[in-house]
Design a protein around this ligand. Structure first.
Ligand code: IPE
Length: 286
């Protein structure tokens, strides 16, 4: 990023687990060429944009299968025979394996990335939905301090401690929402994923599915189809839509949220920070 171009506005990008990993199996990365293209896109965004950057990544096959197997999201609130503590350890080990790879590859490209661990900074009280934004204050303060010093903070979906149910799962989508409402001058949040945006039907099984290019926050979408049959304990596209709406609702007219496909012209346009025409092949919530 050129010093002369720095403005105060902040762009938050979430790299979905679906683009970083192969979600059909356990602890399997996306192809080296896909990873290379994703990380180079982060580099060009950092170099060309005048905005400050925060990255969040999902976990895909490095966390979802383990969390599902041990019901880590429900923790001890679910009467279970499985050892939830072992589940948390296995989930975190997988998440950190992917996280180390993301940090290393971005560092090798010259981005000043630093890791921020949700596990170390967030404690919830009876699951994500029952917990307030105070649970995230420490995480947000830490991220703001790094941003102020010119770093690119990198966060991720995680398994975290919960003081009522012992542990739970924190999606990177929720991390994005909490950062967007706490980090000063956040202007856009982008979910980079493996589909063009939100469709009126599942595009993977319906050829006539139509892309919904713009969503007003009051607009309800009925997406009845589950996106796919893989293990996903944080809700896939439905979760993204919920949090996208919430982010716009938190700061109407100040923050827009884009869901777009990694590697497309539309994603480059969104990451440039420019205004987005209604014809763009993506979904924008505003
Ligand atoms: C999930 O994070 C975290 C764990 C299951 C440990 P995300 O919800 O952000 O991950 P993706 O993007 O769906 O893979």
């Amino acid at each position: 990023m050129t010093t002369s171009g720095i403005t105060d506005s902040v762009l938050i990008i979430k790299l979905g687990g679906a683009i970083l990993t192969d979600k059909r199996s356990t602890c399997t990365l996306a192809s080296p060429s896909n990873l290379d293209s994703i990380f180079h896109q982060m580099l060009s965004t950092y170099q060309q944009s005048s905005q400050k950057l925060i990255l969040i990544h999902g976990v895909g096959s490095f966390g979802h299968p383990q969390a599902k197997e041990y019901s880590v999201k429900e923790g001890t609130s679910k009467n279970q025979s499985k050892d939830v503590r072992a589940g948390l350890c296995l989930t975190r080990a997988a998440v950190l394996q992917l996280h180390a790879r993301v940090i290393k590859d971005l560092t090798d490209l010259g981005l000043p990335v630093v890791s921020v661990s949700p596990f170390d900074h967030v404690m919830t009280h009876g699951g994500i939905d029952a917990s307030s934004s105070t649970s995230y204050e420490h995480l947000c303060r830490r991220t703001q301090a790094l941003l102020d010093q010119g770093y690119v903070p990198v966060l991720h979906g995680d398994a975290i401690l919960d003081d009522k149910q012992s542990c739970t799962i924190l999606s990177g989508d929720v991390v994005m929402r909490e950062l967007a409402r706490s980090i000063l001058r956040t202007s856009r949040c982008i979910f980079l994923t493996d589909v063009d945006g939100v469709f009126d039907k599942d595009p993977k099984s319906h050829k006539d599915a139509q892309l919904i290019q713009e969503v007003a926050i009051t607009h309800e979408i009925s997406q009845s189809d589950a996106i796919n049959g893989v293990a996903d304990v944080t809700g896939s596209m439905h979760g993204k839509m919920k949090w996208a709406r919430q982010i716009v609702h938190d700061a109407p007219g100040k923050v827009d949220v884009v869901i777009c496909r990694q590697g497309t012209e539309a994603s480059r346009l969104a990451m440039s920070g420019a205004a987005i025409p209604t014809s763009a092949q993506l979904t924008i919530f505003r």
